[in-house]
Design a protein around this ligand. Structure first.
Ligand SMILES: Nc1ncnc2c1ncn2[C@@H]1O[C@H](COP(=O)(O)OP(=O)(O)OP(=O)(O)O)[C@@H](O)[C@H]1O
Ligand SMILES: [Mg+2]
Length: 235
């Protein structure tokens, strides 16, 4: 059974059909990249998976369990974490409180401390700034905090919506490096990107155009495709 199985997914916003008949499976381990241009429907897919925007039709399952009708916090409790587009940290809460309020699972103090320590181990910069307000962090640090918040519930699948957006190439590189480390810890990643650097991190993926899958497979196949060479690498 797949960690995530998306079958014939259709997502609409009113009359506008943003995602048309999209199917893909993600197995445990590795980084699956979802590449597409602005408006391709990437965010719509992530929001459908995490219960923020229920699909018009199709099925989404994790380990054979249908996620249809689950509330966002229930999807999170099922082990699927979502780092939304544009970061969204609480600007007036400290780094530490941003992490604490994101902790949803079995509320024991021990687990909470463990979850926070895991995040601080991954992002020592956050540990140094634990008393600083979220809103005063740099863009890259805010992205790390957003990822840290998603990690607080010990997810099995970490979904990230364009984590490199608005970051300098160097900071984007740092964020991708951390994602590589997170993946090595055994966590499966679903990475939504427009940035072709994501291909370096990924094992499998798909390319989305106008809400439809145009390519699905191993990253080597995506990399060699006319589409990626032209749209993402400028070749
Ligand atoms: N709440 C909404 N109401 C109406 N239309 C929407 C809504 N959200 C998204 N759309 C439309 O759905 C389509 C897909 O949007 P989506 O945000 O999924 O794209 P995206 O691939 O994430 O793009 P970007 O890279 O710019 O974030 C777009 O045409 C967008 O205008
Ligand atoms: Mg988007």
């Amino acid at each position: 059974m797949s960690l995530l199985a998306v079958e014939s997914l259709v997502v609409a916003h009113g009359d506008l059909v943003a995602v048309r008949d999209v199917s893909f499976n993600i197995e445990e381990g590795g980084v699956f990249v979802l590449l597409g241009a602005n408006g391709a429907g990437k965010t719509s897919i992530l929001r459908a998976i995490s219960g923020l925007n229920p699909p018009r039709s199709g099925t989404i399952a994790s380990d054979g369990r249908n996620l249809a009708g689950l509330k966002p916090h229930e999807v999170a409790a099922a082990g699927i974490a979502h780092v939304p587009e544009g970061r969204r940290v609480f600007p007036h809460l400290s780094v530490e409180d941003n992490l604490t309020v994101s902790f949803l699972v079995r509320r024991t103090n021990l687990k909470l401390a463990q979850a926070r320590d895991n995040v601080y181990a991954l992002f020592p910069r956050l540990a140094e700034r634990r008393r600083q307000n979220g809103g005063t962090l740099s863009g890259g640090e805010q992205q790390m905090l957003a990822i840290g918040r998603a990690m607080m519930n010990f997810p099995r699948l970490l979904m990230l919506d364009e984590p490199s957006l608005g970051l300098s190439p160097l900071l984007a590189e740092t964020v991708f490096e951390r994602l590589g480390e997170i993946s090595k810890l055994g966590l499966t990643i679903l990475l939504v990107e427009q940035n072709a650097i994501a291909l370096r991190l990924a094992t499998r993926g798909l390319i989305l155009t106008n809400g439809q899958v145009v390519l699905l497979g191993e990253v080597s196949a995506l990399q060699d495709s006319e589409f990626v060479r032209h749209s993402y690498l400028g070749l």
